[in-house]
Design a protein around this ligand. Structure first.
Ligand SMILES: Nc1ncnc2c1ncn2[C@@H]1O[C@H](COP(=O)(O)OP(=O)(O)OP(=O)(O)O)[C@@H](O)[C@H]1O
Ligand SMILES: [Mg+2]
Length: 264
């Protein structure tokens, strides 16, 4: 049980309010927003729904982090929307290095407060740096940190990369799943469009590693990195997109010097 330092009646009232807000958000006619990723918005027939939470899933190296970084980069540079990238696994310097390859000037976006990178891959405890774990890092803390940054930074696009690490760290799949739903509801209330990243394992039939996360999402996008002869090819598939028609089937995807392009 995740405690929030509230009485149980206070907690129930808050929970009720959240459920009602989420139901309203689901009923509301969806306003679309363009990701800016070349070819992607056409696949979902006009972009993502504002205030929705999407899952992006794929094996290691499939391009999940690059997709998310580009979602934030295009949002900031082409649509004037401030973004937040919460890294739960990859270090900040590695993320910034990846972006340099694409000649995306993240540093200047950070200076202009159009992009906030939150590195939660390592948590400092006293003088020790230790990896994300339940003693040093609480799910409540994650909720509170994200909400503060979103509110104060006027954030419109949010990435959590990868949420699967939380399932590994906390063991209790039910608690993590519920908490991710609560975070998703909070982001919805703030009008943020969010992408939660999950890793899949080769040869496993479940869409996402823990087989439960897909139920909470407004949409699920799959990235593939598949062997073909002596090479590999990249594909994307819109597996689920609530409230919208979408391209059905896999499309080839390329990672170019200027980011991701959906091909044919
Ligand atoms: N400039 C580039 N041009 C072409 N391909 C690139 C470029 N930079 C990275 N890649 C490809 O993207 C891959 C890494 O993508 P990314 O980090 O987004 O994967 P990921 O799905 O997030 O993986 P993980 O689950 O391990 O975090 C690299 O292994 C490489 O194949
Ligand atoms: Mg990654």
């Amino acid at each position: 049980m995740v405690k929030r330092g509230k009485s149980s009646s206070g907690f129930m009232a808050e929970l009720k309010e959240r459920i009602i807000a989420e139901a309203r958000a689901l009923e509301a006619p969806g306003e679309r927003m363009l990701t800016g990723i070349r070819g992607f918005d056409e696949l979902v027939r006009g972009g993502l729904f504002r205030g929705a939470t999407y899952l992006l899933s794929g094996v290691s190296g499939a391009g999940k982090s690059i997709f998310c970084l580009e979602f934030l980069y295009r949002g900031a540079t082409e649509y004037g929307e401030p973004g937040l990238y919460v890294s739960l696994e990859e270090h900040l310097d590695s993320i910034l290095r990846n972006a340099r390859n694409f000649r995306w000037n993240l540093k200047s976006l950070i200076d202009q407060q159009m992009l906030i990178l939150l590195d939660l891959s390592v948590v400092a405890v006293g003088e020790k740096a230790m990896s994300l774990n339940t003693d040093a890092f609480t799910l409540d803390g994650l909720y509170a940190t994200i909400e503060t940054v979103v509110r104060e930074g006027g954030i419109k696009r949010v990435v959590l990369d990868p949420v699967s690490v939380l399932f590994l760290q906390y063991g209790n799949v039910g608690v993590v799943r519920r908490e991710l739903n609560v975070i998703s509801g909070m982001l919805k209330r703030h009008g943020c469009t969010s992408i939660f990243v999950t890793e899949t394992e080769y040869g496993k039939p479940s869409i996402t590693r823990f087989g439960v996360e897909e139920f909470m999402a407004d949409g699920v996008f799959l990235l593939y990195w598949e062997p073909e002869g002596d090479k590999r090819s990249r594909y994307i598939e819109i597996y689920k997109m609530r409230g919208s028609p979408h391209y059905e089937g896999k499309k080839r995807l390329a990672i170019t010097d200027n980011g991701i392009v959906i091909l044919y």
